[in-house]
Design a protein around this ligand. Structure first.
Ligand code: DAH
Length: 343
């Protein structure tokens, strides 16, 4: 019995000192200690020499060392397997992760979404149209026939390959596309990028964004136009802001107006933003001209409607305190990082 004890102590030492660095070593370990011709098997073979009254104790000792060897073997297998994948893939899994830079919405997109969100409360849906337009959608159908002097109100970019194509000068072209579909009534908001041949400066650019609105139904009146835009202004700039309409001219609306709001910077006192007038112009609007409805096969005797168009960059500049229009399109990350993702 004493001899068995010594033998097992010896075996335990061998188990502990057996070098296992890779999976093949773990297999060698298994063969050496746990295999059918391994050390444990041969010691078990000697059980017959143990006195019968000592067999129980000897059996226990053997079982102990066997499960010990098995657990050490399992550890070797796990450890060497994990190590291989690490070395094979060349990835050091213990390295700390690298932080991912999270992008955020562009301030113009943010302002656009804010505008859309307000009109959505009133049931306006959103539609988009192409940036390269034909003359008909950008001008003709909007009551601006060829040689109409009002075409000069907007400096147009023409597409060289086809004299009938232009880069749309306003989102009003999308009104036409919506009306042509003939699904009445229409309550639509049409955001998008527009292009004009203007000198690039802090205050003007050759492209910018507009949001167009259109509401066509039976018995839509100027009162609906006023109330809708008043709701928008209160949601956007606060309950205390007042509005005023100034008569204006757009070929596609009659009557036409420009809408001002009391300056939300100085509250009407007079400041550089409102040029000391106390009022800031924010959009053009009017009742859709009967010719425009006719051009889209809509009966002006039955249907009426209002439309409006507003720029996105200007309110964004005022809201975020941006003093140069060019910053919006230069993609300078130092500028963009000042508008972190909203939490
Ligand atoms: N399209 C005009 C512009 O770009 C803005 C505008 C004015 C749109 C009056 C309208 C409107 O729908 O009714 O200056």
């Amino acid at each position: 019995m004493e001899a068995l004890r010594q033998q097992l102590a010896q075996l335990r030492q061998e188990i502990d000192s057996f070098p296992v660095l890779q999976p093949a070593d773990a297999e060698a370990f298994r063969i050496r200690f746990l295999g059918s011709k391994g050390s444990l098997k041969s010691i078990m073979g000697e059980m017959k020499n143990v006195l019968p009254e000592q067999r129980k104790e000897a059996g226990q000792l053997l079982n102990e060392i066997k499960s010990y060897a098995e657990s050490v073997y399992q550890q070797h297998v796990d450890r060497t397997a994990a190590k291989t994948t690490e070395t094979n893939s060349g990835i050091d899994r213990s390295r700390p992760g690298s932080p991912q830079a999270i992008g955020s919405r562009h301030p113009v997109t943010r302002m656009k979404n804010e505008i859309i969100g307000i009109f959505q409360k009133l049931g306006f849906a959103v539609a988009e149209g192409p940036e390269i337009e034909d003359d008909w959608h950008n001008f003709g159908a909007l009551n601006l026939p060829a040689h109409h002097p009002a075409r000069d109100m907007q400096d147009t970019f023409y597409v060289q390959q086809n004299p009938d194509w232009v880069l749309r000068t306003h989102t009003s072209s999308v009104q036409i596309r919506e009306m042509e579909k003939g699904n009445l009534p229409i309550r639509m908001l049409m955001p998008g990028r527009v292009f004009r041949n203007e000198t690039i400066s802090a205050r003007s650019h050759c492209f910018f964004h507009q949001v167009e609105g259109l509401y066509i139904d039976e018995q839509v009146s100027f009162a609906d136009l006023k109330q809708t835009l008043y709701f928008f202004v209160q949601e956007m700039y606060g309950k205390d802001v007042k509005i005023r309409f100034r008569p204006s001219y757009f070929p596609f609306t009659e009557p036409s107006a420009e809408m001002d709001i009391t300056c939300f910077i100085c509250g009407g006192e007079g400041c550089p933003v409102c040029k000391k007038s106390g009022w800031v112009e924010i959009l053009g609007c009017g009742m859709v001209h009967p010719n425009v409805l006719r051009n889209c096969q809509i009966d002006p005797e039955k249907y009426t409607g209002f439309a409006f168009g507003m720029g996105v960059e200007r309110p964004a500049m005022l809201k975020y305190g941006v003093n140069d229009l060019r910053l919006f399109s230069e993609n300078d990350v130092r500028f963009l990082r000042q508008f972190p993702a909203l939490s």
